[in-house]
Structure formats: C-alpha cells, structure tokens
Design a binder for this molecule. Structure first.
Ligand code: ADP
Ligand code: MG
Length: 226
C-alpha cells in the first residue's frame, strides 16, 4: 500500500538571528509533523517565534539548520524562485494586517496570485469573482480595501489565499485586528474551508477559546516548539 508523506515535516529546524553581540535562535531545533487536512493552533507569548515558524513553514524564509520537507520533498535549501513557485501553487497566507494592495479592487487583489501563475486575465477574474461570491462579497468586487470594513478586508484576503486551491493555509493572528464578532466569523470561515476543501490549516492566535476549537495545539516558547 502506498502511504502518502506528511504534508509538512521539520527535522531539527533552527532559525538564527545574529546581532552585533549575540545570536538568537528564533526557532530552536524544531521537530514537527503535520498531516493533510489537520487543523493546528499555534500558541505562545509575543516574541516566542510563532511568526518565524510560519515563515519557514510557508517557504517565505529558510532554516539555518535542519531539514524541512514539504509533501515529502526537502525544501530546506531551495532558491527564492523555486520557493515562490511552490508558495504560489500550494500555500495561502492570511495576515493580521490583511496585506491587501490598496490600489487594487477586491477582484484584482484576489485575481493576482492566478496572474502570477500565468492564468489569463479573463479566467483569473472569473475565478476571483466566484471565490468572492462564495465568501459573501459578491457585491464588493469593485471596492478597494479602504472602502471595506476590517472583517470584509480579511474575507478578501482569505479569498486571495484560497483562489489557487492551496494544500495549506497559514494564518498569522488573522483575527488580531477584528472585534470579537468578526473574529468568530473569520474563524468559522477558516474552519469551514478545512471541512469543505480539506485544506490544512495552521493558525497563530492569542485567543485560547478559538485555539481550543482546533484539533491540535502547538506551543512555542523561546523558539522551542512543543
Ligand atoms: P512571535 O511571532 O511569536 O511574536 P517572532 O517569530 O516574530 O515571534 O520573533 C521571534 C524572535 O526572533 C524575537 O526575539 C524577534 O525579536 C526575533 N526576530 C524575528 N525576526 C527577526 C529579524 N528579521 N531580525 C532579527 N530578529 C528577529
Ligand atoms: Mg508574530
């Protein structure tokens, strides 16, 4: 029988930051295995290494030591272009501050990852429109981020993360800038994506109640992952 590899695996991964006098291990010898379809919460105090961990998991950054396997392939030492290629096809990101492009409409923000992929403008817009409609923003296609509420901006960002049908969504404090009602809605939306699309979900959150709704919890403390 064929067994598929874990979606993500870290073997003794460390990320070091050097200043003039000292070297800080933002991530210190991390070992973890994350399988397809799992839902993980990442918890830990400020400065403990959560965002650094997500950057490595999302191939935005590289480990200084150890090995990171994405879908069975060692991606620890790939060049930037190859990492960008994998990100564009397999990973969606959601950030606390939304990271939408202010001059672009919702539709153009969501279409952008597809254009990078070489999909035609017409098809990218059609897929982006469908995604925004599914997420309840079909009547906001032409709006720029400044004309949207925080909750709506985060829905656009989620549509952008999802439009390429990723295997993995990484969300770094996605509800950090939202009031509690909007935070609940965004969390429900992320959970439903996991159920409906089997997308693997890793969410950094300070909210213990939200974290408890995930299947698995990862604690990060002083760069140590447990
Ligand atoms: P968290 O997301 O848990 O708040 P971070 O991953 O952002 O933590 O940071 C972990 C540690 O790494 C902190 O001590 C932080 O100051 C340090 N750090 C993060 N990014 C950099 C960087 N680009 N240069 C130097 N130090 C950094
Ligand atoms: Mg952080």
């Amino acid at each position: 029988m064929l067994t598929e590899p874990p979606l993500l695996k870290m073997n003794n991964v460390s990320k070091l930051y050097r200043s003039h006098s000292e070297t800080v291990a933002a991530i210190d010898s991390a070992n973890l295995t994350i399988n397809r379809g799992e839902r993980w919460a990442v918890l830990g105090p400020s400065g403990s290494g959560k965002s650094t961990l997500l950057s490595i998991l999302g191939l935005l950054d590289q480990p200084d030591k150890g090995h990171y396997f994405f879908d069975g392939d060692d991606v620890s030492r790939l060049d930037g272009d190859t990492r960008a290629f994998i990100r564009n096809r397999h990973i969606g990101f959601v950030f606390q501050s939304f990271n939408l492009l202010p001059r672009l409409s919702s539709l153009d923000n969501v279409a952008l990852p597809l254009l990078y992929r070489g999909i035609s403008r017409a098809e990218a817009h059609e897929l982006a429109r469908q995604q925004l409609e599914r997420i309840g923003l079909g009547d906001r296609l032409d709006f720029r981020p400044a004309s949207l509420s925080g909750g709506q901006c985060q829905r656009v960002a989620i549509a952008r993360a999802l439009v390429g049908q990723p295997d993995l969504i990484l969300a770094d404090e996605p509800t950090g800038n939202l009031d509690s009602a909007n935070a609940e809605d965004i969390f429900d939306l992320l959970m439903s994506l996991n159920v409906e699309h089997k997308v693997t979900l890793i969410i950094v959150t300070h909210d213990d109640a939200l974290a408890q709704r995930m299947d698995l919890q990862l604690q990060v403390k002083d760069g140590r992952v447990a």
